[in-house]
Design a protein around this ligand. Sequence first.
Ligand SMILES: C[S@@+](CC[C@H](N)C(=O)[O-])C[C@H]1O[C@@H](n2cnc3c(N)ncnc32)[C@H](O)[C@@H]1O
Length: 242
Amino acid sequence: MNMTSSLVDYWEECAEEWDRIQGDSGDRLRRLAIYPWLLSKLRVSNDGSLLDVGCGNGSFSRVAARLGARTTAIDHSRALLELAAHRSSELDIHYILRSCEQLPEAVSHKYSAAVCNFTLQDVWDPRRVVEGIGKVLAPGGDLAIVIESEESLRSTSVHTYRRETVIPAMMADAAGHPAQRIYWYEGHYTYTFVRPEGFYLQLLEETRFEVTAVSTLSQIMWDAEPALAIDGKIIGLHARKR
Ligand SMILES: C[S@@+](CC[C@H](N)C(=O)[O-])C[C@H]1O[C@@H](n2cnc3c(N)ncnc32)[C@H](O)[C@@H]1O
């Protein structure tokens, strides 16, 4: 099995549904919990530039671009990038169709900030991605990583979507962490790798980032009315390029 192309295929399959869920500026979880946290950490403004790694339908890129940041968004799904571009026609966002495992070659200049919002948990080789981001960030630049906690990924009860059991060896990442299959809705699914938070912290240290914050963000159920917050399920890591 070709790991990279199959992971792309899953996102191509999910693209329209993902775009419907995220809309212009993100689902409720992003709007109420994650984007405020990202904006508090990333110093997004018209003085800065942002690289949105694994941008999906571009919801955070639009938030950043509207605040004046020069924004580049990279994703390996053509379908998602087309949907993102369609939603951003009035904004000056530069979209790149490429795997983020191909940073730094994929971009041509240095950024003051980068974000991986629920991207690294989908990536087969996160070390390569974080090393690549380190090369395209200016010294002192900010990196924010948002992941689901390992506990949350192993839990079946807190999600509005269905999960299958962990897929063994065949779908393990470069470091041997297994993947889980997640259904977004009938017949459409993707994979996400189940890694302990400590893995990401160690990776940041080893790739010359200084971790400055480890935050627990609420999980807000997508469809619950009123929004249902469950603590301890989403982790935000903020680090600075040494
Ligand atoms: C869970 S979605 C998150 C999207 C967006 N960051 C958000 O929070 O709405 C994961 C995204 O990462 C992208 N992705 C996964 N692996 C990637 C890779 N190797 N290179 C580029 N994009 C990737 C997927 O196509 C998808 O858009």
